[in-house]
Design a protein around this ligand. Structure first.
Ligand code: DAT
Ligand code: MG
Length: 138
């Protein structure tokens, strides 16, 4: 198994709630290396490329709207099986049901809004990690 890299985003809700440090702490505490870090408000063009697989779904527009509403922290993390490992740290998409111990399970909940504000994004495969890292760390 070779060393992988993945794209992690602290979404605008995570940044606004002051959880960027806690999320970075959990990534490092698990033993992964942070090899890139950027903080900025992404534009719609970047988000459309990032979320291309979801275009046309009912939650797509609110998702793009939410993700462009404020700064995000983009993290390039590295380690053996980091793609799977961070998805496990993050927990399931819906934070209400995410297991305690995970980022979404411990720190997230349903705020009654259309878009699930679930604190983080993590690439889901080697192909998407490569594609997403080239967008966020061009
Ligand atoms: P994940 O972020 O766990 O990889 P995903 O790639 O399926 O989940 O979806 C991307 C984001 O879109 C997700 O983090 C939150 C939002 N989303 C997904 N499914 C949704 C739904 N049914 N309703 C509202 N937002 C949703
Ligand atoms: Mg996804």
């Amino acid at each position: 198994m070779s060393v992988e890299q993945t794209l992690i985003l602290v979404k605008p809700d995570g940044v606004a709630r002051g959880l960027s440090g806690e999320i970075l702490r959990r990534i490092e505490a698990k033993g992964y290396s942070v090899t890139g870090l950027r903080m900025f408000t992404p534009d719609r063009e970047l988000l459309a490329a990032h979320y291309a697989e979801h275009e046309g779904k009912p939650f797509y527009e609110p998702l793009i709207e939410f993700m462009s509403s404020g700064p995000v922290v983009a993290i390039r993390a590295e380690g053996h099986r980091v793609i799977e490992g961070f998805r496990s740290l993050a927990g399931t998409t819906d934070p209400t049901g995410a297991a305690p111990g995970t980022i979404r399970g411990d720190l997230g909940r349903d705020w009654g809004l259309k878009v699930q504000q679930n604190l983080v994004h993590g690439s889901d495969s080697t192909e998407s990690a490569e594609r997403e890292l080239s967008l966020w760390f061009a």
